[in-house]
Design a protein around this ligand. Structure first.
Ligand SMILES: [Cu+2]
Length: 160
């Protein structure tokens, strides 16, 4: 293997790795692993999750999320009210310097895909654009993953 072929090999290995990791960024804001859970027929909304990481030294704010594949995307948070886990829409998410926010089913923040035209199936991909106050727009792709069998959380039953 000469030097040139080693260089090419390294470059293609790096490309493959970054495509698999699904890491997107704009400025200091990194968005990692956007995914949604598969939905059942008749379900009109579904939860989507991702990791927001602010690698910069100043705070930034997620102010909007949108996808041409659904009617709208809302930013939701889950909280305990009278011993019942409820979700509520919020207008934005603040991400402090060096903060990492990991969205996950059943707790904290998630994105709500509203107005599903067809059920989300494992393997589907949906474009998702996030808008940050400072970093601007980040174009990402949500991958639909298998729903969790037997474990239901409030966002699985969410209706609008
Ligand atoms: Cu929700």
């Amino acid at each position: 293997m000469n030097f040139r072929s080693i260089t090419l090999f390294t470059a293609s290995a790096l490309l493959a790795t970054s495509a698999f990791a699904q890491d997107y960024k704009a400025g200091d804001m990194h968005v990692d692993h956007p995914y949604a859970r598969a939905t059942v027929p008749g379900q009109t909304s579904g939860g989507a999750y991702l990791t927001l990481e602010n690698r910069g030294n100043s705070a930034d704010t997620l102010v909007a999320a949108q996808s041409p594949a659904v009617k709208s995307v809302e930013i939701h948070t889950m909280e305990m009210t009278d011993n019942v886990m409820r979700m509520r829409e919020v207008s934005s998410i603040d991400i402090k310097p060096k903060e990492k926010i990991v969205m996950q089913p059943g707790d904290g923040y998630h994105l709500m895909l509203i107005g599903l035209k067809t059920p989300l199936k494992a393997g589907d991909k949906l474009p998702l654009t996030l808008t940050f106050r400072k970093a601007g727009k980040v174009n990402t792709s949500i991958t639909v993953e298998e729903g969790m069998q037997g474990k239901k959380s409030a966002d699985d039953h969410h209706q609008h």
